[in-house]
Design a protein around this ligand. Structure first.
Ligand code: GLC
Ligand code: GLC
Length: 649
C-alpha cells in the first residue's frame, strides 16, 4: 500500500478510537477537517522517525488525543485569529513588522508592568515582542531562563500565567504580536520529568539520554563540539543520585530530551500547544539544531531534527495555525537555510548577516559580506529572515569558510582577528567587548558586549571624545539601518535602542559571574524610556544625549520603513559596488517599486560611479532618510563616512 493509503487507513482507525465527545460540535468538525488535511504529512514524518518501533501507532493515536485537547483548550478569540492568519499567512512580510526582544525582569520588572511600556513600544514602532524565557526555572543560574522547570508556570518573580494571558490580550489589542520561547532541546534538572527520573522512574529516565558508564558518551564525544567550555568540559554530566551520565549539551543542569522516544515527542507537543494557546504569534525554537543525536556525527542539524520540526509544525497547523516557528540555528550558513521552509520554520534568525555586519565594521571592508549575502540571503518567498544586530547571546563568527577561502581570507586567522578586535585587544580597535567561551584546548572564542560598547561608545564617552561619539552612533544606526531595509523582520534587542553600555555588575553576582553574556543583558528603566519619549537634549549629559540620538535615529528609520511596501514583500539583490568599503542592495517588488541602499563602512567619504543608480530604473530618485531629491554631482556618487543612503524610485 502507498503512504497515502496507509495514512488514510490509519486516520480512519484513529478517528474511530479517539473520543471526540468532549469537543463541541463545531470544534469536532474543525478538528476532523484539519486532521484530514494535515494528518498525511504528520503520518509521514512520525513514521519516518518512529515507524520501526513496535508501538508506533499506539503513540500516534496518543498524539492525536494531545492535539484534540489542544483544540479544546484554544480560546474562541484565538480561533478567530487562526482564521484571520490563514487568510493572510504572510503577515510577517509587512513593512510594519518590527520586533523587539526583552527580558521581563530587565524592563518590567514584572509582567504586569509591561502594560505601561506599550506606549514606548508603539512610539518606536515595535509590532512584535519576544519575551525572553519567563517560565519557572531553577533559582540562581538558570541559563537566563533557558533551563525550564515547568512550561506551564510563569517564574513567580515575574508574575503568573494569568498575568501573561492578560498581557498577551493587551498586546494583541494594540497590534503587537507576542513571541515566546519553545525550549524543547532540554529541560532543567528540576522539571517534573527529571525529578521522576532522579527517583528512579524508568519511564521518565527514558525521557533523557542516560548512560550507566562513560563508554558510550566517550564515543559520542569524539565528534561533538563544546558549547560552554569555560564552565564545563564535554557534553555529559555525572549524576550521583542516579549513578548515571546525563547528556547535557549546554549547562550541567540542562538535560537533553531524548527524541528517539515517541513519548517525549508527544509530551513536548502537549507543552508546545499549551504555549501556543497562551496567544503567541510565533514560537522561537531554541537550540533546535541539537534535538537529534546520531553516533559519529556532531549531533547538530541531523536529518531527523528536520523531520521532527516538520512534525511539530503539522501539529500546529492542526491546533493553532496562527502560530509560526522561528528557527534559532546558530550554525553553518548552509545548515541555517535548511530549517527555513513553509513546512518547517517560516521565520529564522539570520546569524550570518549579523556576524558579517560586525566583520565589516571591524575591517571597513565589505567583500565577505557581499559575497556571503549573494550566496545565502535568498530564501523561500513564503518565509522571512529575522535580522538582528545584537541579542542576549554572544557573537559567533559562523561564516562559511569556503567563501572566505575564495576571497583569500584564512578563516581561522580571521576569526582570531575578529575576537581580538572586538575584545579591544587589537591596537586601535574602537570596541569594548568581552571574550566568551574561550576553549582552552583550541583557543576558540566568541564575543559578548552591548551594541553601544561594541560600536565604540563606551571608549569614546570615557575619553569625552565628540568625534568618536559621533562615529559610534553612526555605526549603530548603520547596522540597524541595514536590518530595517534589507528584507525580513528587523529585531531590536532591548537596550540597543537606547545605546546602553555594557553592564559589568554581573561580575559581583555569584549566579552570573561565570557567564559573560550577562554583560549584554541590560536593564531599561522607566527613567530611560521616559527620557526617550519626552526629553529635550539640552538638559542631558553626553551619555543621555547619545542615547536619545540613537533612539530618535532608529525611530525615524522605522517610520520610513513602515511607509513603503518595498520594505516588505520584495526581492533583494545584493550588488557589487566596486568600492571595497561599501555594501549595497536593491529591493524590488511586483508593483515596480525599487529601493537602492548603499552603506559606507569606513570613516571616510566613499565614491562610486553613479552607474549604480541605473538599478533604480528611473530618472528621479529620492533619498528617504533625509527626504531629499537626490542630486548627483557629475559621474560620481558620494556616501558620507559610516552612513547609508536609501534611494527610492
Ligand atoms: C539558545 C539560547 C541561549 C541558551 C541556549 C540553551 O542558544 O539563545 O541563551 O544558552 O539556547 O538553551
Ligand atoms: C552556541 C549554539 C547557539 C547558542 C549559543 C549560546 O553557539 O550554537 O545555539 O545560542 O551557543 O552561547
Amino acid at each position: 500500500m502507498s503512504y497515502a493509503a496507509n495514512s488514510a487507513t490509519c486516520l480512519e482507525r484513529i478517528l474511530k478510537a479517539v473520543d471526540l465527545q468532549g469537543l463541541s460540535k463545531k470544534d469536532a468538525a474543525l478538528f476532523t477537517r484539519r486532521l484530514r488535511t494535515h494528518f498525511p504529512a504528520l503520518f509521514e514524518k512520525y513514521t519516518h522517525v518512529y515507524g520501526h518501533q513496535y508501538d508506533c501507532y499506539f503513540h500516534l493515536q496518543n498524539l492525536v488525543e494531545v492535539l484534540r485537547d489542544g483544540v479544546k483548550r484554544r480560546k474562541p478569540s484565538l480561533k478567530q485569529l487562526d482564521e484571520q492568519r490563514l487568510r493572510n499567512p504572510l503577515w510577517y512580510k509587512s513593512p510594519k513588522e518590527v520586533g523587539m526582544a526583552c527580558y521581563v525582569d530587565l524592563l518590567g520588572p514584572e509582567l504586569k508592568d509591561l502594560h505601561d511600556r506599550i506606549p514606548y513600544f508603539k512610539a518606536l514602532g515595535v509590532t512584535y515582542l519576544h519575551l525572553m524565557p519567563l517560565y519557572s526555572a531553577p533559582e540562581g543560574d538558570s541559563d537566563g531562563g533557558y533551563a525550564v522547570s515547568d512550561y506551564r508556570k510563569v517564574n513567580p518573580s515575574l508574575g503568573t500565567m494569568a498575568d501573561l494571558e492578560i498581557l498577551s490580550e493587551a498586546l494583541q489589542r494594540e497590534g503587537i504580536n507576542l513571541v515566546l520561547d519553545f525550549v524543547f532541546n532540554h529541560t532543567s534538572d528540576e522539571h517534573a520529568w527529571a525529578k521522576a527520573a532522579l527517583q528512579g522512574d524508568t519511564q521518565y529516565q527514558n525521557y533523557y539520554y542516560l548512560f550507566d558508564d562513560k563508554s558510550i558518551p566517550d564515543q559520542y564525544e569524539k565528534s561533538l563540539r563544546e558549547i560552554f567550555p569555560q564552565v564545563r568540559r564535554g557534553n555529559f554530566t555525572y549524576n550521583e543520585t542516579m549513578e548515571k551520565w546525563v547528556w547535557t549539551t549546554f549547562n550541567s543542569f540542562q538535560w537533553d530530551l531524548n527524541y528517539s522516544n515517541p513519548e517525549v515527542f508527544n509530551a513536548i507537543t502537549s507543552e508546545m500547544l499549551f504555549l501556543a494557546n497562551i496567544g503567541c504569534a510565533a514560537l522561537r525554537l531554541d537550540a533546535l539544531a541539537f534535538i537529534w543525536k546520531e553516533m559519529g556525527t556532531n549531533c547538530e542539524n541531523q536529518d531527523k531534527a528536520h523531520t521532527l520540526i516538520q512534525a511539530f509544525n503539522c501539529c500546529l497547523q492542526i491546533v493553532a495555525p496562527a502560530v509560526v516557528f522561528k528557527s534559532e540555528a546558530i550554525v553553518h550558513p548552509d545548515e541555517v537555510m535548511k530549517y527555513i521552509d513553509k513546512e518547517e520554520c517560516q521565520l529564522s534568525y539570520n546569524p550570518l548577516l549579523m556576524a558579517l555586519l560586525w566583520n565589516s565594521l571591524a575591517t571597513r571592508k565589505t567583500r565577505l559580506l557581499t559575497r556571503s549575502m549573494q550566496k545565502s540571503f535568498t530564501i523561500s518567498d513564503q518565509c522571512s529572515w529575522v535580522n538582528y544586530v545584537r541579542c542576549h547571546d554572544d557573537i559567533g563568527w559562523t561564516f562559511d569558510d569556503d567563501v572566505a577561502h575564495e576571497l583569500g581570507i584564512n578563516p581561522h586567522d580571521h576569526r582570531f582577528f575578529l575576537n581580538q578586535f572586538f575584545t579591544g585587544r587589537f591596537e586601535g580597535s574602537f570596541a569594548n567587548g568581552v571574550p566568551f567561551a574561550e576553549n582552552p584546548s583550541n583557543g576558540d572564542c566568541r564575543v559578548c558586549g552591548s551594541l553601544a560598547s561594541l560600536c565604540g561608545l563606551e571608549g569614546a564617552l570615557a575619553d569625552n571624545d565628540k568625534s568618536r561619539i559621533d562615529d559610534a552612533i553612526k555605526r549603530m544606526l548603520l547596522l540597524y539601518g541595514i536590518t530595517f531595509s534589507i528584507g525580513g523582520i528587523p529585531l531590536l534587542y532591548s537596550s540597543d535602542e537606547l545605546a546602553k553600555l555594557n553592564d559589568y555588575s554581573y561580575r559581583n553576582d555569584e549566579a552570573k559571574c561565570h557567564d559573560d553574556r550577562w554583560v549584554n543583558r541590560i536593564a531599561v528603566t522607566k527613567e530611560d524610556t521616559q527620557l526617550a519619549l519626552t526629553a529635550r537634549s539640552q538638559m542631558l549629559n553626553q551619555e543621555q544625549q547619545a542615547s536619545l540620538r540613537v533612539f530618535k535615529g532608529l525611530q525615524a528609520m522605522i517610520k520610513v520603513r513602515g511607509e513603503r511596501d518595498v520594505f516588505g514583500d520584495a526581492k533583494t539583490h545584493i550588488i557589487d559596488t566596486g568600492n571595497p568599503h561599501c555594501f549595497a542592495f536593491l529591493r524590488a517588488n511586483n508593483n515596480g517599486e525599487r529601493l537602492l541602499v548603499i552603506c559606507n563602512f569606513s570613516e571616510h567619504t566613499q565614491h562610486m560611479h553613479s552607474d549604480i543608480l541605473r538599478n533604480l530604473d528611473s530618472g528621479q530618485t529620492k533619498e528617504l532618510l533625509t527626504n531629499r531629491n537626490f542630486v548627483i554631482n557629475s559621474d560620481a556618487l558620494s556616501i558620507p563616512p559610516l552612513e547609508q543612503v536609501w534611494l527610492a524610485n
